[in-house]
Design a protein around this ligand. Structure first.
Ligand SMILES: [Zn+2]
Length: 352
């Protein structure tokens, strides 16, 4: 996310917090419940260049959030229970589901003990290539290449290009540019090929990254045996599904469910689309997920759940907890009934 966009989001949250008046937050306010999206929970690192900082929250923040939610009037429920309430229209109480994408090891180390202690159900969406140790966490490969070098060369459009990245500002700018350039490649195959050659040329061990950061099957099995844990599907290779053919996209979703079932003896009923933004998953993917029988599937499109989402259970919005604005009050604004009240007040004042 660009600095400007971050500032607008941050400004929007601040203004809602203090005045209750920000149109941009309309999709967050009210609703019958919410699904929270998290990836990493781990202590902050000192590095100044951290382009993926937004994907993590600190254990301290996470613990505070879980404790606040536990003491709130919101029900903390599993995805199966969320599905039941949506289908049956059981909205007597507002609810929250906690979900984690990618199955990182820090979830087991930092988040799980807190969730177990507080008795909070949660879901882990697993891309099966990660515990299979074949995962290409290409966004981290790109980060490592730029972090460790002052100049990065790349062939773009058949021409050799070189980028200076000696300063933190240059590294940040180059990361943003290359991340979105790679996401924009016509095929997944092309993008992976470029990242693989970067990794080879700049000596980044792709396999070691996956080994270090992602849970193994035995570690996942241990968590899967806990009654609080739901294991969800997150494809096999974590591709941008919209870039694949219909059949390939379908097989990524179906195959990942079978692989999880074979490895953990639980058949995932819930799916998360990799990346989950508008350019990564759309109507075609939502239809496939429904067709092959997932009960629910989540995106990264921001918002809370309304009763009408009963009709679109394979394109559910989530609220991402971003490391960039992890202050507790932001999360509380996003979830709170107070926000709904403030918003209603603002609308009524406007209509008057
Ligand atoms: Zn993911």
């Amino acid at each position: 996310m660009s600095w400007l966009k971050q500032s607008i989001v941050r400004g929007g949250l601040e203004s809602l917090y203090f005045s209750g008046a920000h149109v941009a937050l309309r999709p967050f306010v009210g609703g019958v419940g919410a699904i929270l999206a998290l990836r990493h929970v781990r202590p902050p690192r000192p590095d100044r260049f951290q382009p993926n900082r937004a994907l993590e929250v600190t254990p301290q923040f996470f613990t505070g959030l879980v404790q606040r939610l536990r003491r709130s009037r919101l029900d903390l429920i599993s995805l199966d229970e969320m599905h039941r309430r949506m289908v049956e229209g059981d909205f007597k109480r507002r609810f929250v589901c906690l979900t984690f994408d990618d199955g990182y090891r820090d979830l087991r180390e930092w988040a799980f003990p807190v969730l177990k202690e507080e008795g909070v159900p949660f879901a882990i969406y697993v891309p099966t290539s990660f515990p299979d140790r074949l995962g290409e966490l290409w966004w981290l490969v790109l980060e490592a290449v730029i972090a460790r070098n002052n100049r990065v060369g790349l062939i773009i459009g058949g021409r050799d290009r070189a980028f200076d990245c000696g300063t933190v500002a240059e590294k940040q700018a180059l990361y943003d540019e290359l991340y979105w350039w790679l996401r924009g490649r016509a095929t997944e195959h092309e993008m992976r090929g470029i990242v693989r050659s970067l990794a080879t040329y700049y000596h980044v061990d792709v396999r070691a990254l996956c080994n270090e950061l992602c849970m193994s099957w035995p570690e996942l099995a241990e968590l899967a045996s806990e009654p609080l844990v739901t294991i969800g599907a997150h494809t096999v290779s974590h591709p941008v599904l919209s870039r694949l053919s219909h059949d390939a996209a379908r097989s990524e979703m179906e195959l990942s469910r079978s692989i999880v079932e074979a490895a953990l003896a639980v058949r995932p009923a819930h799916l998360s689309y990799p990346y989950g933004d508008r350019s990564a998953a759309g109507n075609r993917e939502f239809a496939i997920a429904a067709e092959i029988g997932f009960k629910t599937a989540v995106t990264a499109r921001p918002g809370v759940l309304f009763a009408r989402h009963k009709r679109s259970l394979t394109s559910l919005p989530r609220i991402s907890l971003h490391g960039d604005y992890q202050q507790m009050r932001y999360a509380l604004v996003l979830l709170s009934g107070a926000a709904a009240m403030l918003w209603k007040g603002f609308r009524q004042a406007n209509a008057a």
